[in-house]
Design a protein around this ligand. Structure first.
Ligand SMILES: [Zn+2]
Length: 434
């Protein structure tokens, strides 16, 4: 494209790049309010056009993290009580219920047989406490330093579908070498240590570009051109798919989660939909069987860094390490070549885009973020999802949000009725490879 033509293009898109729209997530429809867009369900046969890409503002310092509002989940009371038990939470997707037990063991008492015995007791008692459960997952952490999934990795984890309960409780705690036969058990071979890089609590809400004014200008041109091509694939960055297709990508960030992963997989299986799970490397390491389940079910695995960190705050070497370390975990588990990278917190820079490209991956942004992590209520979440669903779009959800799990069965049906086929990221990309 020559310079006068480019100037015209920039002029045309100038109005969509006002300071207001720049602060919103990805493409913003004129007059919309980012993730707060209400109303307008899709009518079959009527498809809103994909709007131009809005560029985010310059950020030279970390943006404040969006606070994750606490979601309160029901808990079980186990009998007899297990002193090391922190809690057993459970949740459902309208079809099945799954529980997750967390046990905390003081450092002085850590011995493999005890860890398994505690896990076996917690699982058995959970199934007894709530007979409607289809699966109980368990995570045993060192008590000292415990900070949930964001802290040091667990010591032992297991996933126990009701059909495998007998196999699990029969495992001989005194013979750790035989445990691998079970297949859904992970034992941490290293001493628990804090994450190498502190995980960012920033959620994928607004895209945030880090860089100088010249960097921003360069990126603005790049994104406008990507939008004009009708397909956002440009220099290994994907903003959206083909607006003339009937496909929209369905993506879940922050996977896998020991309570919600089985629920999501069950919902997607029932709905006959394949999606992309952007996995955090350390979570995948601690719950490897869920990544295997995802891949076996035909879902695509994406990279969300190893520690859930914001790449623009790292040196290029550190950023590369985060990406490759995650792939080292994800590729053998999924038996997939990891193609897409979703930047934690939606934060990126020219350097981070380059590092991702050099690692052989495509930075995957999104068009539709309904803000599920703020727990807006299932009715609002449904409205936002439907209001923004469009051909060529990329829907961003989080796998660890109860409301997402509750609304998903209905959303899958409504998307189908509106003529949109929900697909993994790779499907949006396919025509480009022909
Ligand atoms: Zn994330």
């Amino acid at each position: 494209m020559n310079i006068p033509m480019l100037s015209t293009v920039l002029l045309l898109f100038g109005s969509s790049l006002s300071s207001t729209s720049l602060a919103q997530t990805g493409p913003v429809r004129p007059g919309s309010a980012g993730t707060n867009t209400p109303n307008s369900s899709l009518t079959p046969g009527v498809r809103p056009a994909l709007p131009p890409i809005a560029l985010p503002p310059i950020q030279n310092s970390p943006s404040p993290s969006a606070p994750r509002l606490l979601q309160s989940l029901p808990t079980l009371t186990l009998t007899p009580p297990i002193p090391e038990l922190l809690k057993v939470e459970y949740a459902g997707n309208g079809f099945i219920e799954v529980a997750h037990a967390i046990l905390l063991v003081p450092k002085a008492q850590i011995k493999s047989p005890l860890l398994l015995e505690l896990a076996q007791r917690a699982v058995q008692e959970s199934f007894q406490a709530r007979t409607t459960l289809s699966e109980v997952d368990v995570s045993v952490f060192q008590k000292e330093g415990f900070q949930g999934l964001a802290g040091p990795l667990p010591l032992l984890t297991a996933s126990v579908p009701i059909t495998r309960l007998e196999d699990f409780v029969k495992l001989n705690s005194q013979a750790p070498k035989t445990w691998s036969r079970y297949g859904r058990l992970w034992v941490n071979a290293t001493a628990p240590r804090s994450p190498e890089r502190m995980p960012s609590l920033a959620l994928e809400q607004n895209l945030t570009f880090y860089g100088s004014p010249p960097d921003l200008s360069k990126q603005r041109v790049h994104q406008v051109l990507a939008s004009l091509r009708g397909r956002g694939m440009n220099s290994s960055v994907m903003f959206h798919g083909d607006p003339s297709s009937d496909e929209s990508a369905l993506t879940f960030d922050d996977a896998p989660h020991p309570l919600f992963a089985p629920l999501l997989l069950d919902t997607l299986r029932r709905g006959g939909v394949k999606a992309t799970f952007f996995c955090i490397g350390r979570n995948a390491e601690a719950y490897p069987y869920f990544v295997r389940d995802m891949a076996r079910a035909g879902h695509e695995i994406g990279n969300h860094t190893y520690d859930h960190v914001r790449l623009p705050l790292l040196t290029p070497d550190e950023a590369r390490d985060e990406l490759l370390k995650a792939n080292t975990v994800l590729e053998p588990l999924s038996k997939q070549k990891i193609r897409y990278f979703r930047p934690p917190g939606g934060e990126y820079s020219l350097d981070s885009l380059k590092t991702t490209r050099e690692a052989g991956m495509v930075t995957a942004f999104w068009t539709d973020d309904p803000g599920d992590f703020t727990n807006p209520g299932t009715a609002v979440l449904r409205e936002r999802l439907l209001a923004k669903l469009r051909p060529g779009g990329i829907v961003l959800l989080h796998d660890n949000v109860l409301e997402t799990n509750l609304i998903l069965p209905a959303f899958l049906n409504e998307a189908r009725r509106s003529g949109i086929q929900l697909v993994p990221m790779k499907e949006l990309d396919m025509p480009m490879q022909r």
